[in-house]
Every structure is written in structure tokens, then in C-alpha cells.
Design a protein around this ligand. Structure first.
Ligand code: UD2
Length: 293
């Protein structure tokens, strides 16, 4: 069963704790599409975490160590909601985890790829993580069975997205190769595909590029079951300093050729870390990047 899938990834002792606590699963109702579910907005239903937002279960040893990396700028309200929801679900899954919010300083045009790469490098410096989840700030998990651990293949976790479900409920995604929103992959695999491209400034293209990288590196993405990988997309306006990237089409064409030459291995040529702050519920990192390199 699907419950079994997640229980299988939790070590036996953790599994027992989970069951003893009676914490079975919160399963989303498929009709939650238009109203913001109250639990999504107001969740504070989690145990205390260490400064910086780190947590591990007290009475059992989890099998994997997961880090969540959130690219960020000027979405304070969304950030509050996602952080509260993530602690809740990650604790219910008895995981050892950390949450890193990576912000790009102004005036540079927004660039998701550089933030993901800088987040990956930093998380690796701070602790030993084996599973990396790259997470939009505005996508809230609706179903507890969506496991925040890594499979042997990269995984598109946000398989059912309410934003796209409004357009087409059967698909709930814009196209079949789409991997935008939330993805997970093992650190070894992230290195194999040389991370995200650093070349996409502005809105769009970064996720299509990583989908090509994964195919080129022979570790294509799999997609989570749509009944489980359900996410609520918090509404938002188009952000300033993130206008549509008009070069995304031509960059996409060269994605396969570029993938070993630029990405994780070159991000530090154009970006540097400005600050790292251990907040109560997450680590907040600010980076500055040069658009002209
Ligand atoms: C879609 C995809 C996203 C990405 C994007 C195109 C979904 C749910 N998400 O999101 O994964 O493919 O298209 O690049 O389908 N951000 C900020 N501040 C900004 C701009 C972006 O924090 O000023 C972060 C934030 O984490 C956000 C993410 O970048 O969730 C994606 O940007 P977006 O929300 O503007 O893109 P959106 O909603 O069209």
C-alpha cells in the first residue's frame, strides 16, 4: 500500500514510534482546490527544533538525513507558511533534517539555479545530508504520505499542483516533462548532473534545463504518485526583478551541451555568500551574484 511505501523508508524503531504516537496519515481531499485549507495557514503543530531549524527524533535513528533548500526573495508571508508546514510534516515522518532558505541580494535579477547550487554547497559544508529537496516557497504539501526522502532516481515530488489543477484537474501539471515546484535527489546524483544551470536569470527555464541534465546524466526524473504528491500553490503576483527570461528558449536548446561545463562546478565564479543567520526555524543565507559572468 502507499502507507507501506513511506513506512519502508523509516527505520524500524522510528516506525514504531510513529505508530505508537498514533500519528497515522493526514490524507488530502482531492476537492481542496479553491480555498486555502486552514491547517495550511495556521499550522504550528510541531516539536521544538534547534536554533537554525534542525531536528532529529529523540528516540530513534532515522535512515536518511534530508535538507530542504528554498530559493527566496521578498515572500515573507509564504515563507512563514511553508516553514511551519515543513516542520510539521518532516517531524511526522520522523526525519533528521535541516531547512535552508537561500536569498539572492538585490539588484541582481532572480535566478533559482544559482541559489540551489549555493544552497547545496553550503548544506554540505554544515552537515552530512544524503537527500536534497529543492522546494518552491509557495508550494504546501497537502498529504502526509509525500515522503521527504530520496529514491535512487531524482523525483518530481509536486506531481499534483492546485495551480495547474484549476486549469486541468486530470493532469494538474502543465506538460509531461515538467519538473517545476518540488524535487528531491540524492547528493551523489545532484553532483552527477552538475546541479542546476547558473545561466537562467529571470522567470522560467531552470527546471526544464535540469530535466535535460538528468536525462543526459542517465538518471532521469521519476514522478511521485499524483494522489500523494499533492501541493497547494499559494497565490502570488509576478515578482519584480524576475521578469520572464527571453533567452530561456535558446538556453534550453544548448542545455545538454552545457551541462558539464557550468552549474554546481562553476557557481562560485559568479556568486559569493554575504551572510548566514541561524534563525529560530531555519538557516537564512544571503548570496550575491554577478549577472555578467
Ligand atoms: C513556476 C514553478 C517553479 C519554476 C517557475 C519558473 C510551480 C508551482 N512552480 O512557479 O518551480 O519552474 O515557474 O521559473 O509550478 N522566488 C522568490 N522570490 C521571487 C521570485 C521567485 O522567492 O521574487 C522563488 C520562490 O521560491 C518561488 C520560486 O522562486 O516559489 C519560483 O518562482 P515563481 O513563484 O515566480 O514561479 P511560478 O510561481 O510561476
Amino acid at each position: 500500500s502507499v502507507e507501506q511505501t513511506i513506512l519502508n523508508v523509516i527505520s524500524n524503531k522510528c516506525k514504531r514510534e510513529l505508530l505508537l504516537k498514533g500519528e497515522l496519515f493526514n490524507i488530502s481531499k482531492p476537492d481542496i482546490l479553491t480555498d486555502l485549507p486552514l491547517n495550511v495557514l495556521n499550522t504550528h503543530d510541531f516539536l521544538p527544533v534547534k536554533k537554525g531549524g534542525f531536528y532529529e527524533p529523540e528516540n530513534c535513528e532515522p535512515l536518511t538525513r534530508t535538507v530542504i533548500i528554498i530559493p527566496y526573495r521578498n515572500r515573507e508571508q509564504h515563507l512563514k507558511i511553508i516553514i511551519n508546514n515543513l516542520h510539521r510534516i518532516l517531524q511526522r515522518q520522523q526525519l533528521k533534517y535541516g531547512i535552508f532558505v537561500i536569498e539572492l541580494s538585490l539588484p541582481t535579477t532572480f535566478n533559482i539555479g544559482v541559489l540551489m547550487n549555493m544552497g547545496f554547497l553550503l548544506a554540505n559544508n554544515i552537515s552530512e545530508y544524503d537527500c536534497f529537496v529543492f522546494h518552491d516557497v509557495d508550494l504546501i504539501p497537502l498529504d502526509d504520505r509525500i515522503a521527504y526522502h530520496c529514491d535512487v532516481s531524482p523525483k518530481h515530488m509536486s506531481a499534483f499542483n492546485t495551480k495547474y489543477a484549476k486549469v486541468n484537474i486530470a493532469k494538474a501539471l502543465p506538460y509531461s516533462t515538467y519538473v517545476g515546484g518540488v524535487i528531491s535527489l540524492r547528493g551523489v546524483d545532484y553532483k552527477k548532473l552538475n546541479g542546476f544551470s547558473n545561466a537562467y536569470f529571470g522567470w522560467g527555464g531552470t527546471d526544464d534545463d535540469i530535466e535535460i541534465r538528468a536525462k543526459a546524466a542517465m538518471i532521469p526524473f521519476k514522478r511521485e504518485n499524483q494522489n500523494i504528491g499533492r501541493y497547494y500553490a499559494l497565490p502570488h503576483q509576478r515578482d519584480s526583478n524576475n521578469t520572464e527570461n527571453l533567452l530561456k528558449g535558446s538556453l534550453f536548446k544548448s542545455a545538454r551541451k552545457r551541462y558539464l561545463n557550468e552549474g554546481l562546478n562553476t557557481v562560485e565564479k559568479c556568486c559569493k555568500r554575504l551572510s548566514i543567520v541561524y534563525k529560530d526555524l531555519y538557516v537564512h543565507v544571503t548570496v550575491s551574484c554577478d549577472e555578467n559572468i
